[in-house]
Design a binder for this molecule. Structure first.
Ligand code: PLP
Ligand code: SF4
Length: 444
């Protein structure tokens, strides 16, 4: 371990369940918490690094500390019966057939593949499906480089958790950009490529370059986005890693080509923006001409208060970033542990939003990214004796539906779109989209 004077590591190293004792030697991780992580991480992914442990977690507040909740698997994420099974098997090896079977059964109950994203939106061309691509909205394709499918630290709420425990089929990811480039040639409507993961910024600059540079020869691509949590989880990527300067030069090249380069930065809590290293990373990124848009889900135990979101959006604005989306968490993994009912999500969003200066009111939310499209809950309205959620499609597979408002009867504990019964009146296009529309492939 190389530590600098301010306690940050100079080289990235991931800690997993096998390094729990090492973590406990360096930080005041209570024995009981260590056992919980050992147990739960047999089912759910656990990965952290020294920067998160020493700069983000407030150990005096653990286990209630939001950063601790963000990265450490918790008691309560699995139900009592499953926890009891794991406890009974605690002494056995990972490869023990009974352990393997129990772990698989528990994971299967945690809805490991929400929304059918990977199967539904994979485009085809003349040579078959194009691995590593999803094309859901006309102007944007998602691109999953195969070497960027992990993260510097895992969030306990991640909807891609199945991929990190090796349960999801990783063949969907792209080994190289050839398929993407071919697809873009046949689809000039696509102006926006969103490179995502995992976290593409776990790749070396050399590797990232092989995925990004070919896009600069695709004239129809005007915007390149990179979805990343690295400014929060490993800001060294842009400051002190051996190839930190190189990645900034790569960003400058993209910007210099006349394209918009946007980092879609995932910030869950204002503390992630508060360290000098994070501030430095963001300054350096912005100096390349890249724009930083910010998004995160609303998560119980992590950021479920208006004060937290108000502070987060203000910190983003102060750092020159653009608040963009507040998401509703998907129904997967330990969802029961962190779910926030929609009606509370609306209150939190609106209370925080009202508090903001105008320039930070670029944020939209709470947004559900569903098979139908991105649906924002604009509020709760009362008509005579009835209460409704006011909903609106921010993004839709069918471009005619973008911006379309609709409503659904209010419910105190609905926490996802599936829990609602939307009213579509006599709008057939909307009705079809909300019921069967999500079953149709993007055919072009
Ligand atoms: C959110 C999202 C996009 C981008 O939508 P914007 O509103 O342009 O940010 C693209 N594809 C998928 C699948 C998405 O979920
Ligand atoms: S950074 Fe994103 S992809 Fe990685 S664990 Fe967190 S939510 Fe999942």
């Amino acid at each position: 371990m190389h530590l600098t004077a301010d306690g940050t590591t100079t080289r990235f190293r991931a800690y997993g369940p096998r390094q729990l004792d090492e973590i406990a030697r360096r930080h005041p991780l209570p024995d009981a918490a260590r056992e919980t992580v050992r147990l739960v991480s047999r089912v759910l992914p656990f990965r952290v690094n020294e920067y998160v442990l020493s700069e983000l977690v407030d150990w005096t507040q653990a286990p209630d500390d939001p950063m601790y909740q963000l990265v450490f698997p918790q008691h309560g994420m699995l139900d009592e019966a499953d926890t009891a099974v794991l406890r009974r098997l605690a002494g056995r090896r990972d490869g023990d057939p009974e352990v393997v079977a129990a772990v698989r059964a528990i994971r299967e109950r945690l809805n490991p593949h929400p929304g059918g994203q990977q199967e539904l939106n994979v485009p085809r061309d003349d040579s078959g499906t194009v691995p590593g691509l999803q094309h859901k909205y006309r102007e944007t394709v998602l691109y999953f480089p195969g070497q960027g499918q992990t993260c510097h630290t895992y969030c306990t709420y991640c909807f891609r958790w199945a991929q990190f425990v090796g349960d999801a089929d990783l063949r969907f990811a792209a080994r190289g950009p050839e398929g993407l480039i071919r697809y873009l040639r046949g689809h000039p409507d696509v102006s926006d490529v969103l490179v995502t993961g995992g976290d593409p910024m776990v790749m070396t600059t050399e590797r990232l370059r092989t995925h990004l540079e070919p896009l600069l020869d695709a004239p129809t691509v005007r915007t390149i986005r990179i979805g990343t949590k690295s400014p929060a989880y490993w800001p060294q990527r842009f400051v002190s890693d051996a190839d930190a300067d190189d990645v900034l030069r790569l960003f400058e090249r993209v910007v210099g080509s006349g394209r918009v380069l946007a980092l879609l930065a995932h910030f869950s809590h204002p503390r992630e923006l508060a360290t000098p290293l994070a501030q430095r990373a963001l300054e350096r990124i912005r100096a390349t001409g890249a724009v930083v848009y910010c998004q995160a889900p609303l998560i119980g135990h992590v950021n479920d208060s208006a004060a937290t979101w108000s502070a987060l959006w203000r910190a983003e604005l102060a750092a020159g970033l653009v608040p963009y989306y507040m998401f509703v968490a998907r129904d997967t993994g330990p969802h029961a542990y962190y779910r926030v009912p929609l009606t509370r999500a609306v209150d939190i969003f609106q209370d925080a939003y009202r508090d903001l200066p105008g320039l930070a009111r670029t944020v939209r939310g709470p947004v559900m990214s569903t098979t139908v499209g991105k649906i924002v809950v604009d509020g709760v309205e009362q008509i005579a004796q009835e209460r409704y959620f006011r909903l609106r499609l921010l993004q839709a597979r069918d471009p005619r539906l973008v911006g379309r408002p609709f409503r659904a009867p209010w419910s105190p504990d609905a926490a996802w779109f599936d829990d609602l019964r939307p009213e579509t009146g006599d709008d057939e296009t909307l009705r079809a989209a909300l019921t069967t529309g999500f079953r149709t492939e993007v055919a072009r």
